[in-house]
Design a protein around this ligand. Sequence first.
Ligand code: ADP
Ligand code: MG
Length: 474
Amino acid sequence: VWEQILTKMKETLAESAFKWFKSVKPLSLTDDGFVLSVQNDLVKDWITSHYLTIVEDAVSAVLGSKHKVSFQVVPEAQPEVEPAKKETAGEEETAASHSSSRKKEDPNQGSLFQDQPPAPVDNGDMHIVAPGDRSSLNPKYTFETFVTGSSNRFAHAAAMAVAESPGKVYNPFFMYGGVGLGKTHLMHAIGNRVLQNHPEMRVLYVSSEQFTNEIIRAIQEGKAELFRQKYRTIDVLMVDDIQFLSGKQSTQEEFFNTFNALHVADKQIILSSDRPPREVQKLEDRLRSRFEGGLITDIQAPDLETRIAILKNKALLDHVDVPNDVLMFIANRIDSNIRELEGALTRVVAYASLIKKPVTTDVVAEALKDVFPNNHKKEVTLEVIQEIVATYFKIRIEDLHSKKRTRSIAFPRQIAMYLCRELTDTSLPQIGNFFGGRDHTTVLHAYDKIAKEREENAKLHKIIKDLIESIQKM
Ligand code: ADP
Ligand code: MG
């Protein structure tokens, strides 16, 4: 049906306008309406403000009756684009305003509370972890399956030490690093190893979100005491992605108490975050200083050698035979996220078996053509960049060319210049020319400024990522 609707719309829409619908997919169709998925707010706003009636007309033409059309943002596999979820509705706290994020269906977010057998009646929803209960741990995430290299060697060694002597060496043990670099894997590895050595120990892995939700629920249902009991009988507590505790006051307070109770009893606490404690925004100082009281290690992006080793290891575990030049080809192009690295291999292998061809670099290039951003480089035009940036900031394209210097225009203009340099091979003078005949030093200045701000400002970083994503889809 969607195909028919698209065809219908093609009749009325210009080629350039139609491009906006490339990544739009149907989500649901009910009597009430037709819901379409879009990749981000930008696309949603643009389509809603420009093409809503055209879509609705096409829908009613194809379906034979009127349907309300709405859009829902469904970010693609990029972990970075999903904003932190709000806390349970009704709670006075809200998710931090900075742009922390995590993937929606992250398989790593251990599902302890879903996988558990039903709780005893008088226990409500509060589950005490049975000793040796592994349900919160992913059995695949072990030290054996973790490939080490210079980027993670220290974290790995420290994690092993913690696993061998929980509560005795580094307490708390705090790991930080970018998305998809192995923090969750190492946490589970510790948990699995501890249970292997000490089946009687109570090991609990929770995401910060689960932890927060549980606290809020416990408070709302007057079961705070039960919550405390549960958490204070644990031997090894792992809380993943604690940057999401940012700004959540009552959760932090309860966590502080839990932390102290466990720490005093020499119980092991393991934490992870996407940044070091001192950089987590809106975190109580006392909690920050607790986090800093043990060992803090970082995990860096893996170097080429490690990336190849990781791919080799994965191919081995998956029982697939992949030639070295193919592994090289992938490892050379995906360098900052191990999940994506592994995902690329999976996709290549699936693709090759689908088209019944051996895995060669040609097949890889074909299978991954949406994944390698460099492949888009040639196609991106300055016009598209200006169009997208102007849309996002709700200004006119002419404003980008104008001499206006108010921040509401100058800032988007600088971002647009930055993106032109970043995403195309156009020279600085050419870019300057394209922005109303500006000097190349102006472009360079804009580029440096935005590059720097992007590093320092997580919110801006996310905006730029969204913009790039949209531009590359055009
Ligand atoms: P993070 O929690 O830091 O975002 P994860 O631990 O979820 O990252 O890792 C993402 C994926 O990459 C997982 O499937 C994990 O098993 C894999 N992975 C990460 N680091 C390694 C490594 N050093 N060796 C093997 N696999 C790894
Ligand atoms: Mg993780």
